[in-house]
Design a protein around this ligand. Structure first.
Ligand SMILES: [Zn+2]
Length: 239
């Protein structure tokens, strides 16, 4: 139907349908947008978990290296102490006892350091395995999530273009509305009442569910454009 040839009731009826379709599309966009954001969050959480594990592993490796150096140092000290002790250079009994004591101390230290180093190596092995597992999970999950994100982005783009074409249809109707009706329509929108245009069903306004006076119902039947005296919405006859 040519829009210019429509009567006001027909224009408002089409406007009502377009308003409702736009609302539906906006709802869908909002929902898809939320889905998109939550997937992005999930992906970023997974990534930071893996990063955290990696950092932890690196920290432990640096720590281990420090312990290994200390162990090496102790081993060297022990070696030179032993050499000194068995060199035959020390003759004093007192001095000999001191050297023996320090050797014992170093031996004890060495075995403690060996124990510590071993435990740390085992810990690193466990961390390494965990890290590899998480990394694998991330790569599996992220390709899955990225595919879902791509799909959602396409759907959202499609919905947005749908919304755009509905809005331009709506604008065409608005441009054809008599000034008085248009200003009523805009006034209702600015008061955040939704939907703006409703049908009158057996004398009852479908916006506020209240009975309108008989005179209003008569006007609506005669296809005059009137507003509900209760809620202010524009009324259309039930087709
Ligand atoms: Zn009403």
């Amino acid at each position: 139907m040519n829009k210019a040839n429509m009567n006001n009731v027909e224009k408002l009826s089409l406007l009502r349908k377009l308003d409702s379709s736009i609302k539906q599309v906006e709802k869908k966009i909002k929902r898809k947008d939320q889905e998109l954001k939550s997937l992005q969050q999930e992906l970023s959480n997974l990534k930071s978990q893996v990063e955290h594990k990696q950092k932890n592993l690196e920290k432990e490796k640096i720590e281990l290296h420090r312990w290994e150096l200390e162990l090496k140092e102790t081993e060297e000290k022990l070696k030179s102490t032993r050499e000194k002790l068995y060199s035959g250079e020390i003759t004093s009994a007192k001095e000999l006892t001191q050297w023996e004591k320090s050797m014992e101390k170093l031996e004890k230290q060495q075995s403690e350091l060996e124990e510590e180093t071993l435990q740390r190596m085992e810990k690193i092995e466990v961390l390494q395995k965990e890290f590899q597992k998480e990394k694998k999970l991330l790569s599996e999950k992220s390709s899955e999530i990225e595919a879902a994100l791509e799909k959602l982005e396409k759907e959202i783009a499609h919905l947005r273009s749908e919304e755009e074409s509905l809005s331009s249809e709506r604008q065409k109707i608005l441009d054809l509305l008599p000034k008085e009706i248009l200003s009523s329509y805009q006034e209702i929108i600015s008061s955040s009442v939704e939907p703006v245009i409703v049908e009158l069903n057996q004398g009852i306004c479908e916006g506020c569910n209240l009975q309108v006076p008989t005179i209003v119902a008569k006007q609506v039947r005669k296809k005059e454009i009137v507003r509900c005296p209760n809620c202010g919405r524009l009324l259309l006859p039930k087709p």
